[in-house]
Design a protein around this ligand. Structure first.
Ligand SMILES: Nc1nc2c(ncn2[C@@H]2O[C@H](COP(=O)(O)OP(=O)(O)O)[C@@H](O)[C@H]2O)c(=O)[nH]1
Ligand SMILES: [Mg+2]
Length: 338
């Protein structure tokens, strides 16, 4: 028998809604029982996952009395989950595997992990080894004074056009959502379970769930902190983010989600459900913490750079040499952008 627990998510997944009403009621009657729960999204990460889970295990075991690693296997065909369990050996008892029958995309993958998580502190980190799991410990230390602690990639080890796409997205998020934090989509975050509970249900159906988390955490007065984190080149496997169609969808969703949030969500109503109301209604980051206006001198160059990126990505898509896509799931497509 396998030493680790696994669950198949075929229904219930496929969207990014964390905690519908039933799940929220369930959360009230069954509060989290572990100290920390780390979600790792992974799609065909056999070459990277062993190193990520063992390094994460070391950090969690040192920082918490009880912990779990929730590996969300997004339709992998290369034995990612089995390799993770083998790498952990006896510690595979701390591993839970949530399996998607097919690739559903990054956002759904992370959200399914968070939904399954049973920790008072929640965290997520990519399974591709680009982040250093040691940074989870550094972020967790900040929880003494904060509720929502996120990394930002000071030196991003990705092709330049990824930084351009991210820069444009961050600028739009700043304009439409008033979020003055940098690198909102960074895939390394640590936060209290109550932030997720208060932010639920998550309305976003794409990587904009990160934006939504920031937006709600900020409006609800949770204390937000950011730290620079290490970002390394991918050593194995292929990235599946940054394809043209999902990027265009995410751009469209920036406006759509903002309209939905304005219509369907208010901090007052959400705060009514919060276990421990905290602080002011609106937490404004300190000047050092905000996104520095690096883009200001480059503002005129943004449309031109975007056009180059779009051309580059479309050539990439047409040539057929693109990384595995989310084409197997129409609903997963928007979730692939990061
Ligand atoms: N982009 C993307 N990542 C996925 C998907 N499913 C799972 N993942 C995992 O999410 C993490 C980030 O993916 P990656 O392709 O490296 O995106 P990038 O780091 O933004 O280039 C990795 O651990 C992937 O294995 C998916 O459909 N799309
Ligand atoms: Mg990556």
């Amino acid at each position: 028998m396998e030493a680790w627990a696994h669950e198949d998510v075929t229904a219930g997944g496929g969207h990014c809604r964390i905690d519908n009403d039933r799940e929220r009621a369930n959360a009230r009657t069954n509060p989290p029982t572990l100290d920390v729960s780390l979600t790792i999204p992974a799609h065909n990460e056999s070459g990277n996952i062993g190193g990520v889970v063992t390094a994460a295990r070391d950090v969690l075991a040192a920082a918490a009395a009880t912990y779990e690693i929730v590996l969300v296997d997004d339709g992998s065909a290369d034995g990612t989950a089995e390799i993770a369990a083998a790498a952990l050996g006896d510690d595979a008892r701390h591993l839970r595997v949530v399996r998607h029958d097919r690739q559903r995309g990054y956002a759904t993958t992370v959200c399914d992990g968070l939904r399954a998580a049973n920790g008072r502190v929640l965290a997520f980190i990519d399974g591709d080894g680009q982040f250093d799991p040691a940074d989870i410990g550094r972020l967790m230390e900040q929880l003494r004074e904060a509720d929502f602690v996120t990394g930002y990639r000071a030196h991003r080890a990705d092709p330049w056009h990824r930084s351009v796409v991210s820069g444009v997205m961050n600028l739009l998020v700043r304009i439409f959502y008033g979020i003055r934090w940098r690198d909102v989509d960074c895939g390394l975050k640590v936060f209290r379970h109550e932030v997720l509970s208060a932010a639920s249900p998550i309305l976003a159906t794409s990587a904009l769930f990160n934006t939504e988390l920031y937006f709600k955490a900020q409006r609800l007065g949770f204390r937000i902190r950011q730290l620079p984190v290490t970002h390394r080149p991918r050593l194995s496997g292929r990235r599946s983010g940054a394809r043209l169609v999902p990027i265009l969808r995410a751009l469209r969703d920036v406006v759509r989600l903002r309209v939905r949030l304005a219509r369907e969500w208010s901090p007052k109503a959400a705060a009514g459900d919060r276990p421990t109301p905290r602080g002011k209604a609106l937490a404004v980051p300190t000047p050092q913490e905000t996104l520095r206006p690096w883009w200001r001198p480059w503002l005129g160059a943004v449309p031109a750079a975007l056009a180059v990126v779009v051309l580059r990505l479309s050539r990439h898509s047409i040539s057929g040499s693109s990384p595995p896509s989310c084409a197997s799931s129409a609903r997963a497509k928007p979730a692939c952008t990061r």
